[in-house]
Design a protein around this ligand. Structure first.
Ligand code: NAP
Length: 284
């Protein structure tokens, strides 16, 4: 039976540590940390996530500016907002919530985003640094997945790791992080043939496909560490990409909800701290 990861407990520790560090940095520098959240939709699920993040920032002592814009916002207006926040010296971290409405491309907003304020590591400069194995701001979701593996002392070096999903925010950076930690990494996606044969080889299996129950218990190697990033609402319930019977075969499993989700928010705080520290050091 798998160890079921308690993401809430791990997240609380990271959030408290971050709050402590924010206080110390602020009292030494006299500069208060500032973050901005940009949400360009009125969709209920996006609003719920924005509120979670806003609360986490506030609890950690970070001043948050919330910009919720209608989904009809013109591309130029959205770009101007990101440009203005990038130029605002009181803001150290900018989070652009996705999904964006069809008329606003993430690429166009990233053109305006200062990479030094890119709290979720999605600017091409930061993504490129990660891909090259150089120090970088890393997207919070995969960074949280790595944190869970490290916290539970899962051996990554030399392990066979399989990542299902190749998105810019989750799958690709997860694969880069595992490679950086010396795993042998296979990436899978919607065109992958015989997915089950590949997942069964994985000592570490990270799944970010957004397909409820895609991975069954039978697709898991006995004893594997399984990180389920999937967050899907089915019949009003939040479920992962991995079926619950995975717990019978895995050695470690992140549940949904309560696994990777809360750790993502905590890692956004840790990333904010990193950006804030760099900004303070660059002033002196
Ligand atoms: P995404 O951009 O839609 O990417 C999904 C990826 O999965 C794509 O690469 C796609 O392949 C692949 N895929 C789809 N169906 C597949 C299949 N049947 N077999 C193998 N691969 C398949 O999604 P995302 O933004 O990465 O998010 C993935 C999931 O993670 C979602 O449920 C999302 O809600 C969740 N999420 C969770 C957190 C968290 O904090 N836990 C944060 C962000 C996202 P192609 O590239 O070939 O299309």
């Amino acid at each position: 039976m798998a160890i079921i990861v308690n993401g809430n407990t791990l997240a609380r520790v990271i959030r408290e540590e971050s709050a402590h560090e924010f206080r110390a940095l602020t009292s030494n520098s006299g500069v208060p940390p500032g973050a901005a959240i940009v949400q360009i939709t009125e969709e209920a699920s996006a609003t719920v996530y924005t509120r979670h993040l806003q609360r986490a920032f506030t609890e950690a002592g970070v001043d948050v500016r919330l910009h919720v814009c209608p989904s009809t916002t013109a591309p130029d207006e959205a770009a101007a907002l990101v440009r203005q926040l990038s130029g605002d010296s009181a803001i150290h971290a900018i989070q652009i919530q996705t999904p964006l409405p069809a008329q606003v491309s993430l690429e166009s907003l990233l053109e305006e985003l200062d990479p030094a304020k890119d709290v979720d590591g999605i600017h091409p400069l930061n993504a490129g640094r990660l891909a090259q194995g150089r120090p970088s701001i890393v997207p919070a979701t995969p960074l949280g997945g790595l944190e869970i593996l490290l916290h539970h002392r899962v051996e990554i070096a030399g392990a066979r790791a399989v990542v299902v999903g190749r998105s810019v925010e989750v799958g690709r950076p997860m694969a880069s992080l595992l490679l950086q930690h010396d795993a042998t990494v296979t990436m899978c996606h919607s065109r992958t043939r015989a997915l089950d044969a590949l997942t069964r080889e994985a000592d570490i299996l990270a799944v970010a496909a957004g397909r409820p129950g895609l991975v069954t218990g039978a697709m898991i190697r006995p004893g594997a560490a399984v990180i389920d990033f999937g967050t899907n609402v089915v019949d009003g319930k939040t479920v992962g990409d991995v079926q619950p019977d995975a717990a019978d075969r895995a050695g470690l499993l992140t549940p949904v909800p309560g696994g990777t989700g809360p750790v993502t928010t905590a890692m956004l705080l840790r990333n904010t701290l990193l950006l804030f520290r760099r900004a303070v050091e660059n002033r002196s």
